[in-house]
Design a protein around this ligand. Structure first.
Ligand SMILES: [Zn+2]
Length: 238
């Protein structure tokens, strides 16, 4: 049988698209729909209630406690999607996050991009991360994939464990090395709407980025509260 190189190439592209790109596009589309439904629900129930969800990815890290101090000062509860390798490095921070009433979710074990990971590697990474979090006394019911990218193996693993996946609606590029606290705060003020899930970072990032995230929160939290916004934790139910 004579199969041309072109056909093999096309089959590979199609396999790649079906493995990660298409499932990711579908997930993100559903996430947008959920946001509009949540917004409509909040509006119907109580138009004055301006619930928002603060979430942190990529920690725990060197600056997580800085962020926890600010959240404590303003009595704000948040959700931390942890990388389990970092959680193992800072178990006392994991305990502090729980003790102070925040929610804990998982953000994989090693923060690898699911688009470029084989099904087996993806599955093993998540499974190990899940077990690591259990071992730390922080069993998870919520999950956010690295970069918000999924593949078929990630979806299978998530379903198998009955976890809720939470993406986000507001991103402020706070991981960038050249971003300032003022600009991050400004983006928060412009982009946040009732029902928004805000994705910030308490770990990784360039040039001590989480420190600027902490400073931005110091600016934005009182302003958002003054506008009537109320910060709540994400829950398994979403
Ligand atoms: Zn991440």
């Amino acid at each position: 049988m004579n199969i041309s190189k072109g056909k093999i190439g096309a089959a590979c592209v199609l396999a790649g698209l079906s493995y990660s790109v298409i499932p990711t596009v579908i997930k993100r589309g559903k996430n947008c729909l959920q946001f509009y439904r949540r917004k409509r629900h909040i509006n119907k129930q109580n138009p004055k209630e301006k619930k928002i969800y603060l979430t942190f990815d990529d920690g725990p890290g060197y600056y997580t406690e800085e962020i926890l101090e600010i959240l404590k000062r303003y009595d704000v509860k948040a959700t931390f999607f942890m990388v389990s390798d970092f959680a193992k490095k800072y178990p006392e921070i994991v305990r502090r996050v729980q003790r102070e009433g925040h929610a804990v979710g998982m953000h994989s074990r090693r923060h690898k991009n699911p688009m470029f990971e084989s099904p087996l590697r993806s599955y093993r990474d998540l499974q190990q991360g899940y077990m690591d979090m259990q071992g730390l006394g922080a069993p998870v019911k919520m999950f956010r994939p690295p970069w918000g990218i999924v593949n078929m193996s990630v979806l299978f693993w998530q379903k198998q464990h009955g976890l809720t996946m939470h993406l986000w609606n507001v991103m402020t590029e706070d991981w960038r090395g050249d971003e300032t606290a003022e600009r991050i705060a400004d983006k928060l003020m412009r982009r946040v709407k009732p029902g928004s899930i805000i994705c910030l970072h308490d770990g990784r990032g360039k040039n001590n980025a989480p420190l600027r995230t902490a400073m931005a929160l110091e600016i934005a939290i009182p302003k958002l509260e003054a506008q009537g916004y109320r910060f709540v934790c994400l829950s398994k139910e979403g």
